[in-house]
Design a protein around this ligand. Structure first.
Ligand code: PMP
Length: 424
């Protein structure tokens, strides 16, 4: 047990046990972490649902509204040019963050959910026909299931599912077997939001490409935790959400290889996605504008760029090492708790700890922890088929971000002891 639990926030001398990463300094950037809940210091263990935001993200967005706000791509006036520059610089920043070849491979969307729907509505519309197949996995979030299911229903195609083992790892031999000549797309999550499993995307892409199938990657949970290189992964599409990676809600991006973006029909019709319009014919704009109809979320893009700066500043590498330390500490601690069963024990795992405790309903666990100031998530986590795979209606889930510490795990353990007392 780590000593001096209450309030890392108030103790500048307490740092992470992992050398180099100054978690104290990092926590200072997140004003909300100073909140108290029912008189107790907030212990935020729900970052997989949404992460907290550093001050600089709020500052960047208010600076945009205070000093630069105008509509983009339209006006010749000074402010419109400033706003366009801010918005397009954000695109360049995302491209660098993902190591895309070019910024025009980055499309701004509302988040990962919209990115999946965009690909289903455009790529899917053009490429998937009757009898074709879309291959997903048993650990997908509903947002990487339902749009493909809707597409398959509409097209008379079939949704296939790669199974997982009891540790929550993909069975790659099964995946290989399931990819066939009719597979038009493999859609897979980089990191599971329930199990924390990190999937071997590079290997999956090689396997799929060898059989001619492109790969869509749901990176919602990976972007805040892993350095991402879409060229090294060689994936065809990669989706991320700003709010999961210290940025604002309502903004995210879809990366698509230029060849696909050129070949795909547009998503929505409207302003900005056109080169010319007459009542007889519309000539569409080039990517990325072709996929961005209407006034975009400019301040959101600026906020997302500031969040990327934050992640780069705290150094992705040391952040990963720190989070892994807290994860390993948490897994070791929770595995000793009587009656607790960990769900998701993959060897390659990121900062998500799902569990059940005897037959206590996860909602009861969450409610009792909440009274202790501890925020966790309970329920099916938008992954009902995965819950079915483990024969569970729900789990409790503690999820980590760069600002969490071993002290948060100690607080969770103390909270679980309270749960145990109530249900004794
Ligand atoms: N995929 C995964 C793995 C997720 O965890 C989430 C969010 N919980 C999503 C997709 C959907 O992301 P968003 O709600 O930001 O669109």
């Amino acid at each position: 047990m780590v000593k001096n639990h209450p309030q890392m926030m108030n103790n500048p001398h307490v740092t992470s046990p992992v050398g180099g990463f100054d978690v104290w300094r990092v926590r200072q950037e997140f004003p909300i972490l100073k909140e108290t809940v029912y008189g107790k210091p907030l212990v935020y263990l729900d970052s997989a649902a949404t992460s907290q935001k550093p001050q600089r993200v709020m500052d960047a967005m208010s600076h945009f509204f205070l000093r630069e706000n105008a509509n983009v791509h339209r006006g010749v006036h000074y402010l419109s040019e400033r706003a366009t520059e801010a918005y397009e610089n954000a695109r360049v920043k995302v491209a660098r963050f993902l190591n895309a070849k070019h910024a025009n491979e980055i499309i701004f969307v509302r988040g990962t959910t919209e990115a999946v729907n965009l690909v289903a509505a455009t790529f899917g519309k053009a490429q998937v026909g009757p009898g074709d197949e879309v291959l997903i996995t048993a650990m997908e979030h509903h947002s990487n299931i339902v749009p493909w299911q809707m597409l398959c229903q509409e097209k008379g195609a079939h949704l296939r599912v790669t199974p997982i083992n009891d540790a929550g790892e993909l069975i790659l031999s099964e995946m290989e077997r399931l990819i066939g000549p009719k597979t038009k797309l493999v859609a897979v999550t980089h990191i599971s939001n329930v199990l924390g499993t990190i999937n071997p995307i590079q290997e999956i892409v090689k396997m799929a490409h060898a059989k001619g199938a492109p790969v869509f990657v749901d990176g919602a949970q990976a972007a805040p935790h892993l350095p991402i290189d879409v060229q090294a992964l060689d994936c065809d599409f990669y989706a991320i959400s700003g709010h999961k990676m210290y940025g604002p809600t309502g903004i995210g991006t879809l990366y698509g290889k230029r060849e696909w973006l050129d070949a795909m029909p547009p998503y929505q019709g409207g302003g900005d996605m056109i080169l010319s319009v007459s009542f007889e014919k519309t000539v569409y704009n080039k990517p990325p504008n072709k996929f961005e109809a209407g006034t975009p979320n400019m301040a959101g893009a600026v906020g997302m760029a500031a969040a990327i700066d934050f992640v780069m500043d705290v150094e992705h590498h040391s952040l990963v090492t720190h989070e892994h330390d807290v994860l390993a500490y948490g897994m070791a601690a929770l595995s000793t708790f009587p009656g607790l069963r960990l769900i998701g024990t993959a060897s390659a795992k990121s900062g998500v700890i799902s569990f059940v405790l005897d037959d206590i309903h996860p909602h009861d666990i969450g409610t009792i922890l909440d009274r202790e100031g501890i925020a966790i998530r309970t329920g099916h986590h938008c992954a009902q088929p995965l819950m079915n795979r483990f024969g569970l209606p729900a789990t409790a889930r503690a999820s980590l971000a760069c600002y969490n510490t071993r002290h948060d795990i100690d607080a969770l353990m103390a909270g679980l002891a309270k749960v145990r007392e109530v249900f004794r």
